[in-house]
Write a protein that binds this ligand. Structure first.
Ligand code: ADP
Length: 352
């Protein structure tokens, strides 16, 4: 396919990660309004959005329909949608450059989702890691939307015929499924969609670990071990100081236990190269003091998070500004969606 051939991509661990391209790519991604955004969302997704918006046609959405699969109560949805929008803008998304919109405002999404559902098989959906995890976490609400989450996500992406999807590592399997659905559609009805690829500026997709050494930072799990972009300076300090450590290495150049490697990994995200080198050396010659390291990390996190928090807070309360942004973004998204859906209906023979 032309769009795929123009891309430079690497094949790693049986998956495609898009690294760079000379093509005029279309970029699409989204974040669910299910709680406060955190450092994982920033480094896995938003950091890449900001880098991409200057050069490419970008569609970034607040995935409110996806939120219903795990958060059926809509009482807090409006507030959460506003917060996610404000936090995206505070992190550097420019609504004049990228289309920043709300998923449910683009109705074509639901139509495409329906068609794609006929191309998705129960066996493959049931095997999806995120489905299995979520089903375990909400045994009383294993709804069909949860099962078909990767289908809706595919609809979001290919509605704009996007090829680059800036996401964190947890989304890798969904992107592989998206390519399968695309290939099935193209095979059955004709070539409408390019294959979407997970995108990161570096080579590997990012997974920001939680502070307690188990799993990843997340909006709704592990809240005490997740650093949110809305956390106050005091809360950031407290959470970082509680991160799990031990008595330190007893032999030079030892391998780091996972929970210590996690602290280094967090430091690599926000600290200077000198600071990182200092603690790497101290670890390797066994002189490291984890108390000092965590104090340094806490201060670097405060420096990083507090300007975003303050900016987001001032935007979040400006409802009419947020409303205008969403409307402008939805207009751009609907235009692109309606062009795609004409092609889809034509290819499927739904024009009578
Ligand atoms: P959450 O898992 O917090 O509910 P979403 O499912 O809304 O987040 O994901 C939004 C984006 O943030 C996705 O691109 C996802 O890959 C990314 N993301 C979420 N958590 C992390 C993490 N800990 N590290 C890296 N990226 C992450």
């Amino acid at each position: 396919m032309a769009a795929k051939a123009a891309l430079y991509f690497t094949v790693k661990h049986n998956s495609y990660i898009c690294c760079m391209s000379k093509a005029n790519a279309i970029v699409m991604s989204g974040i669910r309004p299910t709680g406060f955004l955190h450092l994982g969302n920033y480094f896995g997704a938003m950091r890449n959005y900001v880098k991409l918006q200057d050069q490419y046609t970008c569609f970034f959405m607040v995935a409110d329909l996806h939120a219903l699969t795990t958060h059926p109560d809509t009482k807090e949805l409006k507030e959460n949608v506003h917060r996610v929008l404000a936090e995206n803008i505070a992190c550097g998304i420019d609504p004049d450059k990228a289309a920043l919109y709300c998923q449910s405002h683009v109705r074509e999404t639901s139509e495409l989702y329906l068609y794609l559902n006929m191309l998705a098989y129960l066996g493959e959906l049931e095997k999806t890691t995120t489905f299995k995890e979520k089903a375990r976490m909400q045994p009383d609400n294993i709804n069909a939307g949860l099962l078909t989450y990767p289908v809706l996500q595919t609809a979001d992406i290919i509605l704009h015929r996007a090829t680059w999807v800036p996401v964190g590592k947890d989304q890798e399997q969904h992107l592989e499924m998206a390519r399968n659905f695309v290939n099935r559609f193209n095979h059955r009805y004709g070539n409408v969609f390019p294959e979407p690829l997970a995108y990161n500026f570096g080579e590997d997709l990012v997974k920001v670990p939680s502070l307690d050494g188990t799993g990843k930072m997340s909006k709704s799990e592990n809240q005490l071990a997740t650093l949110y972009l809305a956390d106050t300076d005091e809360v950031i300090r407290k959470k970082v100081m509680k991160a799990k450590t031990d008595g330190g290495p007893t032999a030079p150049d030892s391998a780091k236990p996972d929970y210590i490697e996690n602290i280094f990994q967090l430091m690599r995200l926000v600290s200077t190269t000198e600071v990182i080198a200092h603690y790497e050396n101290a670890y390797n010659d066994c002189s490291i003091r984890y108390g000092d390291m965590k104090k340094q990390l806490a201060e670097d996190m405060v420096q990083f998070i507090s300007p975003i928090r303050e900016k987001a807070e001032s935007i979040r309360t400006n409802e009419s500004y947020l409303h205008d942004i969403m409307e402008k973004g939805a207009e751009k998204a609907r235009k692109s969606a309606s062009e795609t859906m004409n092609l889809v209906r034509e290819a499927m023979g739904l024009h009578y």
